[in-house]
Design a protein around this ligand. Sequence first.
Ligand SMILES: Cc1cc2nc3c(=O)[nH]c(=O)nc-3n(C[C@H](O)[C@H](O)[C@H](O)COP(=O)(O)OP(=O)(O)OC[C@H]3O[C@@H](n4cnc5c(N)ncnc54)[C@H](O)[C@@H]3O)c2cc1C
Length: 400
Amino acid sequence: MTGRLKRGRALVAGGSLGGLMAGAMLLREGWDVQVYERATGDVESRGAGIATHTELFEAFRRAGARIDDQIGSTLTGRTAFDRDGAEIGHYAHSQVLSPWSLLYRRLRETVPAAAYQSGKEVRCVHVGPGEAGLEFADGSKVEGDLVIGADGVWSTVREQMFPESLPVYCGYVAWRGLLDESSFDRAFGRYYGPLQSLYAEHGEQFIFHMVNGADDSLEEGRRRFGFLWYRSTDATSELPALLTDEHGVTHAHSIPPPKIQRAHIDHLRRIAGDLLPPQFAEVVRRTPRPFLQPIYDLRPEAIVRGRVALLGDAACVARPHVGAGVLKAACDAISLSQALKEASSIEAALMKYQADRVPECHRLVDKARHLGSYLEGTRRKGSSVPVLPIEDLLRDSGRG
Ligand SMILES: Cc1cc2nc3c(=O)[nH]c(=O)nc-3n(C[C@H](O)[C@H](O)[C@H](O)COP(=O)(O)OP(=O)(O)OC[C@H]3O[C@@H](n4cnc5c(N)ncnc54)[C@H](O)[C@@H]3O)c2cc1C
């Protein structure tokens, strides 16, 4: 079967983790690949800790990306705490947590500069029999044999090609932050360093863990801690205020971290003392610049149309409780490059890719909905949504 399909020209919209993995794999299979990324500046500053899985490293190998023991910090278990800060449960589970920026840099090295264009915003897709092309915001156009939409949760490619497929706000946001290990004493770093810590009572959910330092260091004292605090946030009365910047501009869907109003961050720091175990309230107070991400999900019925395929968050969005967005993008890239390697036509390969990946999208979205359902309604009047047993959260979160 192998090698029957003539390698053509693949146009990838979006040059983040998903686009880079797909682009690098197809380059290694002999395709002529061009990756188009809208952002011009510092794509690297986006991330915090990403829970990794074996399949992610398999994708790294296929993409030709470097993996070594600096790739992340190894956590040995998950520990739950009560409102007073005492341990109430533990689940032994080893997992490597990598900084998003390090994964990005390692993948970026695999795509030659000539195949990666920054500051190229895809405006629309052109499709015709046996071809697919892109048109950009600067008016230029490019033709190819295949378009891969890897342009994230608010994908332009999906909006045009799959208008029926829209992400839905889940009723809560994730406040996130990074702070230096050196903000705390040594004993704190040694105790919390190997753990993924969890607090999940009274409708709050707070997750706290170690990641590499700013220079990727894993050396004691030079690493960083990351937190993720899910907060129920009403779509009409609360979310628009959080997405409104100092100049009164309300951003659609999400707000760039530097634009979050200082007053919202001050408020978060104040309420942390009333809502979180004391050690985690202190973490929030000491974090220099927390930022927020509204949580959306999307359960698609189709991810392929003609010679256009969606991949990563453009294809499907599972809430972050499964810790699988990057993993899913990796498995999408493996599935797509394998299908293109084995099939006799691009159309047949894309149909195989869709048949392989849509059921997996459904499994992930459904599992993440189950894990996050209690956060949707916790502050709704009279809500009786039960909090999941802490043992289930410890065992099932962040495992794909
Ligand atoms: C709070 C939170 C925690 C998370 N934790 C984890 C975790 O622990 N583990 C995990 O695996 N995943 C996690 N995720 C999910 C993960 O971040 C995403 O699934 C992953 O980044 C998706 O990668 P992507 O390449 O598909 O999309 P993105 O990273 O969103 O990249 C899309 C790219 O396309 C570009 N783009 C957009 N529009 C255009 C256009 N018109 N033209 C050109 N370029 C364009 C964007 O600039 C961007 O670079 C988390 C997500 C959230 C919100």
